[in-house]
Design a protein around this ligand. Structure first.
Ligand SMILES: Cc1cc2nc3c(=O)[nH]c(=O)nc-3n(C[C@H](O)[C@H](O)[C@H](O)COP(=O)(O)OP(=O)(O)OC[C@H]3O[C@@H](n4cnc5c(N)ncnc54)[C@H](O)[C@@H]3O)c2cc1C
Length: 449
């Protein structure tokens, strides 16, 4: 058998199912121009992927393999490779509409072997008694735990010694695509290298070991660094999901953390089973009111609601946003501003380093109350109460909004005060929360399910 091993969301050697096949293999990575062409020149994620690909190439070389790195359209590149007599392409699951269509097209000219390496469970592994997918997280989670108990998820997959790279000189370059060589540079891709925080995976795991026992208690507090910060590693597969499960297994507090990992699986599972929710509401015909002016104020952190503007500033300047801040911001966007959730999803997609279609779309639908879950449309976060509870000392708000540094924290948490006082270089709130949320609830109430 001759196989193309297509690395995508699994940019690592360690515990990678792709490397469990013996025989002749050609490991490849494709910088997909269908995706790259729509990104800004300084998109930070390209630097993350670039660094991960360079490391992957070097790690593969250490085990006697290599990585061919392509730049172009996957279909054209794989068609070209298929002409060299490969028997199949092997790759790991990717469930958004673009990825599914792309993989379907590939499967029409070469056998496509799908592996499940991105998530804990395969899409059909956790089903209800009647073999239909769960729509509610808690029963999914309970069933998932049972499946996990009965499975050898913790068995490490080791690259066999029988793998060897095919050497076809002719494979490299061809029309419209580039095969990038070892002296790979960001500018070859047309992107600028950006500065990233340099916390290594090893340090993140070491600090997770200490944080786990207080994870449940502290994970919602905005200025505490109480979460793992591993979403980017999970997104690009520089850390494998099985490896992470093994790492936390048995540690005090691991159950709450594993629950969140299962949440990640649940969202991918829902996107797999209900692909239309990538763009459409699952329930309710109401989809917000398009208002460009409100949208621009939100995206430029000028709503006058401190916790929202701090969250958006964090996103724009760092590519990150705390989970609690994401929830509060998405609720404000879809309920207080009554904007279509798809607009917010797109804005997050542009900036989040850990952007993942399934987690983002499903979380936005959850916030809007339009998703598969039983989240009622009338549950609206009050941004001032959320800030008072999860950023009591306003450390988070002041970290990102320097204009508020000299404002007393009790005023920052007080909507009336903010509405009635002028702060230098900071706007007054553009809406009054209880009025805006009343309108949102009324709007949903009158729409059919
Ligand atoms: C509106 C909105 C949009 C979101 N968009 C994304 C996204 O594009 N990509 C993304 O990875 N997460 C997304 N999330 C989920 C969550 O905010 C991030 O996974 C989390 O903040 C990442 O930080 P962490 O790694 O420190 O998380 P931890 O708390 O340490 O959790 C560990 C891991 O579990 C998973 N996880 C945790 N919480 C969730 C959750 N609520 N839903 C799904 N998975 C979760 C992540 O993979 C995370 O890395 C979104 C949440 C909301 C409310």
């Amino acid at each position: 058998m001759k196989r193309i091993l297509w690395f995508r969301r699994d940019l690592r050697v360690s515990d990678n199912s792709l490397l469990t096949f013996g025989g002749e293999v050609l490991p490849i990575f494709i910088f997909d121009t269908n995706i790259l062409d729509s990104l800004d020149i300084n998109d930070r994620r390209i630097t993350i992927i670039f660094n991960a690909v360079v490391k992957l190439k070097s790690d593969l070389q250490e085990i006697g393999l290599d990585l061919k790195i392509y730049y172009g359209k996957p279909i054209e590149i794989l068609k070209h490779l298929a002409s060299f007599g490969f028997d199949e392409v092997v790759a790991s699951g990717d469930y958004d509409a673009y990825a599914r269509q792309r993989d379907l097209e590939v499967s029409q000219f070469i056998h496509f072997r799908y592996l499940s390496d991105t998530y804990i469970f395969k899409p059909h592994e956790v089903l209800k008694e009647d073999k239909t997918p769960y729509l509610v997280f808690t029963p999914f989670y309970q069933k998932a735990l049972k499946v996990l108990e009965n499975r050898e998820i913790f068995k490490k997959e080791i690259a066999t010694h029988t793998l060897h790279t095919i050497c076809y000189d002719g494979i490299s370059g061809f029309k419209n695509s580039k095969c990038i060589q070892l002296d790979l540079e960001m500018k070859t891709l047309g992107f600028q290298k950006t500065e990233l925080d340099q916390i290594s995976l090893k340090s993140k795991l070491q600090s997770l070991r200490l944080k786990l026992c207080i994870y449940k208690l502290e994970r919602d507090f905005l200025s505490l660094d109480a979460t793992s910060n591993l979403s980017v590693e999970l997104r690009f597969g520089t850390l494998g999901i099985r490896e992470l499960l093994r790492f936390v297994q048995g540690l005090d507090g691991s159950a709450d953390f594993i629950r969140q990992l299962i949440f990640r699986d649940f969202y991918a599972y829902l996107l797999f089973h209900f692909p239309r929710i990538e763009h459409e509401n699952y329930k309710y015909s109401f989809n917000g009111i398009a208002d460009q002016q409100k949208y621009e104020l939100f995206c430029s952190a000028k709503t006058g609601v401190p916790i929202i503007d701090a969250a958006v500033t964090q996103l724009i300047t760092t590519g990150k946003m705390h989970n609690r801040a994401r929830m509060v911001a998405a609720s404000f966007f879809t309920k207080d501003l009554l904007l279509p959730w798809q607009w917010g999803e797109k804005f997050f997609a542009k900036h989040l380093l850990d952007y993942d279609k399934a987690s983002n779309v499903l979380s936005w639908q959850w916030s809007a109350g339009t998703g598969v879950d039983p989240q009622p449309y009338f549950r609206v976060f009050n941004p001032y109460l959320q800030a008072k509870r999860f950023d009591k000392d306003t450390f988070y708000i002041k970290q990102y909004l320097s204009q508020l540094c000299d404002i007393d924290l009790k005023n920052i948490h007080d909507e009336e005060w903010l509405l009635n006082n002028k702060i230098l270089e900071y706007p007054r709130p553009i809406i009054r929360h209880h009025e805006a949320s009343k309108i949102a609830i009324e709007s949903f109430k009158h729409m059919e399910i």
